[in-house]
Design a protein around this ligand. Sequence first.
Ligand code: NDP
Length: 285
Amino acid sequence: EEYPDFLPQLVGSFAQPAAENPTVAMVEAAFKHHNLHWRYINCEVSPENLGKAVEGVKALGWSGFNCSIPHKVAIIQHLDGLGESAEIIGAVNTIVKRGDKWIGENTDGKGFVQAMKEVVDPKGKKVVLFGAGGAARAVSVEMALAGAKHITIVNRNVERGETLTKLVNEKTPADATFQSWEDNYSIPADTEIVINATSIGLFPKTDQKLNINFDSIQSSMVVADGIHNPPKTHLIQTAIDKGCKTVNGLQMLVNQGVIGIKYWTGVDVDPTVMHHELKKIFKIQ
Ligand code: NDP
């Protein structure tokens, strides 16, 4: 009989704050289910300590890590290269050791697109996307790289909205148009995919609603929301009631995890195990 191996492969996360991030539970549920001798360590890292933390995990032989607020841009200076979308987005949330190089990827939008593809292929589609922050940036770039034809970016802050529109037009094959967010905005009838990438509806402000004309949502539209807590936002519930197909933020979060684990371990893990773990954490059903 073989002597047991007491040395797991290590990955983890750097963020501040770190305590409320459920990614560790979701990832470790997948490791356990697939008998992967890996551990995911959730670390609170301040901006001053980011460089030292990177040196630390290199010394400890980690295989990669996630980073979240406030490190998604600052981490880039510590890396050897960036994946295509991370380069365009200008932010990194997943670092992967490839050979002796530490490469930054961005799975925020990739997880979203993977969840979207289970419902509809973005290729050739007309999209309306609300928001122009970090999540909107990642989601619009990945939708564009996945072949979306046209993205209308609707945002309250004009400058931020125009900056993102310019980015999509200049750096991706998709066409984008900026639309300032008028009161009771009506979604154009030829829209095929509607995405909320703002923070509206995020716990604890769960009764906050998008300032849109909900009558303009039609059953033929696919409606997606980046908010994962709660997964059934007011927008998602409205869309379900109208008979639309939907994609919720929990599916986005799970798929981000699946993609990150694939980058690190090479294994395609079962998303249902991770989904189940998150549902338990957020006390859904
Ligand atoms: P940012 O702070 O970068 O951006 C927030 C966006 O929301 C901005 O476009 C902002 O508009 C808009 N916004 C906020 N409040 C309102 C309002 N009352 N009316 C109109 N617009 C509003 O945040 P992020 O982009 O990083 O995150 C947004 C959400 O995406 C988060 O709540 C998070 O839950 C979710 N997310 C989900 C992920 C997942 O895996 N499920 C991954 C990453 C993010 P303005 O520019 O006008 O201020």
